[in-house]
Design a binder for this molecule. Structure first.
Ligand SMILES: Cc1cc2nc3c(=O)[nH]c(=O)nc-3n(C[C@H](O)[C@H](O)[C@H](O)COP(=O)(O)O)c2cc1C
Ligand code: SF4
Ligand code: SF4
Length: 272
């Protein structure tokens, strides 16, 4: 069986989950190919099975993933797809799957499995808790999340068909739910890059600029400067060796746990 796996990740959770799928699928004599989504990648090679894994941002999928799914060409023959999303709170994140299903159903895709996998919360600059857990707590959450992932991968190989059922979170009115969703995706992401700043201990090491998945940081006059292509993935914040990065307007990061999946090593890009 030929399996194509696609992910987007800020701090490694979604990568680790899809890598775990990859390991189980490969063990069972499948030919798998795992890669990060690229916004200009309009044609995905047809395969026996296509799997996506994205993080959840404000109930939905990240803007970059949304644009990517919208941009891919319709498959010529019916394409089997599974979708998993990683979330800090798995009880409230099924809307992200709904979003993917809506887009993919129009691309001649047959969704055969969907699930939300709880992984550590990485939103360090969030103005309100929950913030990233301690490394001990994170370890336990990852362990549980990856066991769930392995079970799902085996179920998929055994032909089990299962869909995540989405219920609106009880603590929100529908109006508040959609308000948070729309404001983050259509106003927040386009403006929150303006809130980034650094504490005085930034030593201009350039790591943030080299690891940003969307190349949204330039170092100017020995300080990082962000731009509007930023997806708020929190990689720069959580990997900065000096823990220098914060956001104005409630996005303080001093004294907060930083989080990235411990085995995840982002690749280093050349910067100008
Ligand atoms: C901007 C932002 C918004 C988030 N919103 C949610 C959310 O609405 N619900 C949730 O359960 N987790 C939320 N999270 C947590 C992430 O979905 C979670 O930590 C995810 O596993 C990160 O995946 P990654 O390591 O692959 O980037 C948010 C994280 C960020 C950075
Ligand atoms: S990684 Fe941190 S210390 Fe290095 S340039 Fe970026 S903000 Fe400054
Ligand atoms: S600037 Fe930081 S938060 Fe924005 S996309 Fe790049 S690494 Fe992620």
């Amino acid at each position: 069986m030929k399996i194509e796996l696609k992910y987007f990740t800020g701090t490694g959770n979604s990568f680790r989950v899809l890598e775990t799928f990859d390991a189980i699928f490969s063990e069972n004599i499948n030919s798998t190919n795992i890669s990060e989504i690229a916004i200009d990648d309009k044609r995905i090679p047809e395969s026996d099975l296509l799997g996506f894994c994205f993080p959840v941002y404000a109930f939905g999928i990240p803007r970059i993933c949304y644009k990517y799914l919208k941009g891919i060409e319709r498959f010529n023959t019916r394409q089997k797809v599974f979708i998993v999303v990683t979330a800090g709170d798995s009880n409230e994140s099924g809307f992200a799957i709904k979003e993917c299903v809506k887009i993919l159903s129009r691309k001649n895709c047959e969704i055969i499995y969907s699930a939300v996998i709880q992984m550590p919360n990485n939103w360090t600059t969030s103005p309100k808790p929950p913030f990233p857990p301690s490394s001990e707590d994170a370890k336990q959450i990852i362990h549980k999340g990856l066991i769930q992932t392995q079970e799902i991968a085996k179920e998929i190989l055994n032909g089990v068909i299962k869909y995540h059922v989405f219920n609106y979170p009880k603590r929100f009115s529908k109006l508040k739910f959609y308000w948070d969703y729309w404001t983050f995706k259509y106003i927040g992401v386009q403006n929150m890059w303006r809130l980034f700043n650094v504490y005085d201990n930034c030593n201009a090491c350039q790591l943030c600029a080299k690891i940003c998945p969307t190349s949204s940081i330039r170092i100017i006059d020995n300080k990082p400067v962000w731009n509007k292509t930023c997806e708020q993935c929190m990689r720069c914040v959580n990997f900065c060796p000096q823990e220098s990065i914060y956001q104005t307007q409630g996005g303080d990061t001093k004294g907060k746990n930083k989080y990235h999946e411990p085995n995840f090593k982002p690749s280093l890009k050349n910067i100008k």
